[in-house]
Design a protein around this ligand. Structure first.
Ligand code: PEP
Length: 256
């Protein structure tokens, strides 16, 4: 089965609406209509409405960085799936390592967010990954299995088939230290096998699983050449249209 790669740019807490406009206006003329992968930008909440309007009917998709578990209510500072949908978002990150480790999202919260995204009609990109000490202690697969088991609790196969997963080793995010292609491939193969065991082989075969962690123009092609890697979740290098597009082009060269 051929899985269409996705290159997603997570801007984190960067870019005002004016900077968002400048980025999108620089990006769009350079996006090739025949592109062999999906392109996704993930701005901060304050830029989503504008980005949604600028990206409408362009083929470049829009995602959000997080959501609340409830559809509405007394949750000061929070944003719901319905609000994201109304801004033109089709995707949302769930369980990004900064949400887990900086903001303290528990496995139970991440599971509730995954189910809220699905219920709200958004496609979740569910993030998993081990810390450096866990890798050093050879606990990587145990950590991934735990995060997957907790995260997908009470998620039916019909719902899971729409989810993307991003393998993002915590030690590689924002550090400049990338997982080697073999390390990324092994972890992503493990995740695909877990999905096959939990659901079905064909669901696992069709699921897009991205790698994230210091992806740059000079390492994207080799990562993308790995048989189980279906694209990249990019932080720092997605902030400039040039480097983001170089990664898109490199990923296209890597795609089989
Ligand atoms: C991320 O934010 O998900 C990420 C992988 O960041 P960076 O590419 O900067 O490591």
């Amino acid at each position: 089965m051929t899985r269409r790669p996705m290159i997603a740019g997570n801007w984190k807490m960067n870019k005002t609406p004016a900077e968002t406009r400048a980025f999108i206006e620089a990006l769009l003329p350079q996006v090739d209509a025949e592109l062999a992968c999906d392109l996704l930008v993930i701005p901060p909440y304050t830029s989503l409405d504008l980005a949604g309007r600028l990206l409408a009917d362009t083929g470049v998709r829009l995602g959000a960085q997080d959501l609340h578990t409830s559809p509405s209510g007394a949750f000061t500072g929070a944003i719901s799936a319905g609000m994201l949908d109304a801004c033109g978002c089709a995707y949302v990150l769930v369980g990004h390592s900064e949400r887990r480790h900086v903001f303290g999202d528990s496995d139970a919260t991440v599971n509730a967010k995954l189910r809220a995204a699905i219920a709200g009609g958004l496609t979740p990109i569910f993030c998993v990954g081990e810390r450096s000490e866990q890798r050093a202690a050879e606990q990587t697969t145990a950590v991934l299995a735990h995060q997957l088991t907790e995260g997908f609790a009470e998620v039916a196969a019909t719902e899971a088939s729409d989810v993307l997963i991003a393998y993002e080793p915590v030690w590689a995010i924002g550090t400049g230290e990338t997982a080697s292609p073999d390390q990324a491939q092994d972890a992503i193969r493990f995740i695909r096998n877990w999905v096959a065991d939990q659901y079905t082989a064909s669901l696992a075969e069709g699921m897009r699983i991205l790698y994230g962690g210091s992806v740059k123009p000079n390492n994207a092609a080799e990562l993308q050449r790995q048989p189980d890697i279906d694209g990249a979740l990019v932080g720092g290098a997605s902030l400039e249209p040039e480097s983001f597009l170089q990664i898109v082009q490199a990923a296209g060269r890597g795609a089989s």
